[in-house]
Write a new protein. Structure first.
Length: 70
């Protein structure tokens, strides 16, 4: 199991995947908004999205869990 974590603090602008969806390594799974910039968050491993931990609009800190990939 892999947990995709935030690379910086910001607001979850968009979740790009759904639970049960297959993802590939390097695929964008979410976009954070911080300091008026959009920051894509990618998964480093392929697998199935088991759980989306955050919701669009949530404020998150650096290293917070975003998505669980199994």
């Amino acid at each position: 199991m892999t947990i995709v974590k935030a690379s910086m603090a910001g607001t979850v602008w968009k979740i790009l995947v759904k639970e049960g969806e297959q993802v590939t390594a390097g695929q964008d799974v979410a976009i954070l908004e911080s300091m008026k910039m959009e920051i894509p968050i990618v998964t480093e491993e392929a697998g199935t999205v088991k759980r989306i931990i955050v919701a669009e609009g949530d404020f998150i800190d650096e290293a917070n869990d975003l998505v669980e990939i199994g």
